[in-house]
Design a protein around this ligand. Structure first.
Ligand code: 5AD
Ligand code: SF4
Length: 441
């Protein structure tokens, strides 16, 4: 059967889509890259914001009109939370697969032609269940996602994830490291360790201690694996970002000096209402400490919500100030939207739409300023890139990423191949991209 997977949402979903594709390929199916060619169209869905759900449902309805005789399935967060309801509501939807059940996909697809509707939305307690850590294909040849934990126990009041993805479960370090070793053998040079709250990896049952971080141990063990050159991770919760982890990042050269550190709000009052157990000052201490220990050679990105219930101009201004001080490279800025079943959905959504939009725009401007400034700082330096391949607009030009995840474009004058290390002198920069020339010594 020819299948097509459309992915919405976060990197966890991208990783799950890859695992799903690998399992179907293993089972003799063929992956295609357009809906028209496919016999099975699979949506890997996101529930974090209402908009994401509406998009997937809308697309599912449009497709039905254009395609008779095709099979449709949903997986991911919306499948988990609304699978039963959607199966009833959307007659052409054939199956819904929960976030812990991806390994059942091949069997479900085998049963498809029999015509029964299926849903499996149970949560598994065992993280290393079949299919979660095997069958992996690297993205882009030399990069791969590795899921190190699932679920989330933080219960931020706005967030639906703990209800959808279930309790926090860490995989054993042995299983994670074995997977990374296998990836390295297959030519992977860069791994992205994934989880909703990676800084809390392996901490279940442990007392909070600034000198203990099983996640830092995992980073160091990963760094010992031959062939692995870069280690990235996302997302760490600031409340678990301790001294041990800061020192590990600063002192382990293979760990990229680029940290995605979700702020959500710069106001202590709003952070409290969000059930984010840190203050703006504590957040800034992590940033300052990382900057100091890395001699300023580190970049940050973040997630921010504007218009959370009760957010005043003063609260918002505190968020803007933090953005100004950190000088983020990248920020995902979201307008608050209530999600059914969360605590915040019982609060009055009292910030008017226009005000949310205005605050969103102000922060986007702030971001443009800081990302441009960050990029200009790279001009004149010679940076190491891992080559990603020809640029989309011009095949003679190649692009690569720096340790700090900045995209740099260069003329491939020396026959560089995908995944090669290349030293590039940065000649100029925009807020999005660096432009440089290969340096040969
Ligand atoms: N409204 C707006 N943004 C949200 N996020 C999560 N839930 C909501 C919501 N209800 C954002 C947070 C989180 C990111 C993945 O999505 O910033 O870090
Ligand atoms: Fe949601 Fe908070 Fe868990 Fe992140 S840490 S997934 S925002 S509940």
């Amino acid at each position: 059967m020819k299948f097509y997977i459309k992915t919405y949402g976060c990197q966890m979903n991208e990783r799950d889509s890859e695992a799903a594709a690998a399992m179907l390929l293993d089972d003799g199916h063929l992956q295609v890259h357009s809906e028209e060619e496919a016999d099975l169209i699979l949506f890997n869905t996101c529930s974090v914001r209402e908009q994401a759900e509406l998009k997937a449902i809308g697309k599912l309805s449009i497709l039905k009109k254009q395609s008779s005789g095709k099979f449709f399935g949903i997986m991911g967060c919306m499948a988990q939370s609304r699978g039963e309801e959607l199966l009833k509501k959307i007659p052409h939807l054939n199956f819904a697969l929960g976030t812990d059940k991806i390994h059942e996909l091949p069997e479900i697809v085998r049963q498809l032609r029999k015509g029964s509707k299926t849903a499996d939305l149970e949560h598994d307690n065992i993280q290393d269940a079949a299919g979660l850590d095997s069958h992996l294909v690297p993205v882009n040849g030399f990069k791969a996602y590795v899921s190190i934990m699932r679920g989330c126990d933080r219960f931020c009041t706005y967030c639906i994830v703990p209800y959808v993805r279930g309790r926090e479960r860490s995989r054993s370090p042995e299983a994670v490291l074995e997977e990374i070793r296998a990836l390295a053998k297959a030519g992977v040079k860069e791994v992205m360790l994934l989880g909703q709250n990676v800084a809390a990896y392996g901490t279940k049952g442990l007392k909070m201690d600034p000198d203990v971080s099983p996640f830092a141990d995992l980073l160091e063990e990963t760094a010992k694996i031959e062939g692995i050159e870069r280690i990235r991770f996302t997302s760490p919760h600031p409340a678990f970002f301790n001294k041990r982890l800061i020192e590990c990042i600063a002192n382990t050269p293979k760990v990229c000096k680029y940290v995605h550190l979700p702020l959500q709000s710069g106001s202590d009052r709003i952070l409290k209402a969000m059930n984010r157990p840190y203050t703006a000052e504590e957040y800034m201490n992590i940033v300052r400490s990382l900057k100091e220990k890395c001699n300023g050679n580190i970049a940050f990105s973040t997630d921010i919500i504007v218009g959370f219930p009760g957010e005043t101009e003063e609260d918002f201004e505190m968020t803007r100030k933090i953005m100004e001080e950190v000088e983020y490279d990248l920020a995902y800025i979201f307008k608050y939207s209530p999600r059914k079943g969360t605590k915040a959905s019982q609060m009055e959504d009292d910030v008017p739409k226009e005000v949310k939009e205005e605050r969103n725009q102000i922060l986007l401007k702030e971001l443009e300023k800081s990302s441009q400034k960050e990029n200009l700082r790279a001009v004149g330096k010679t940076l190491e890139l891992l080559a990603e391949g020809p640029s989309r607009r011009n095949a003679a030009r190649w692009c690569g990423r720096t340790d700090q995840n900045k995209l740099a474009v260069f003329e491939n004058t020396t026959g560089v191949k995908v995944g090669d290390k290349v030293m590039v002198h940065i000649d100029r920069a925009t807020s999005m991209t660096l432009f440089g020339t290969i340096v040969t010594d």
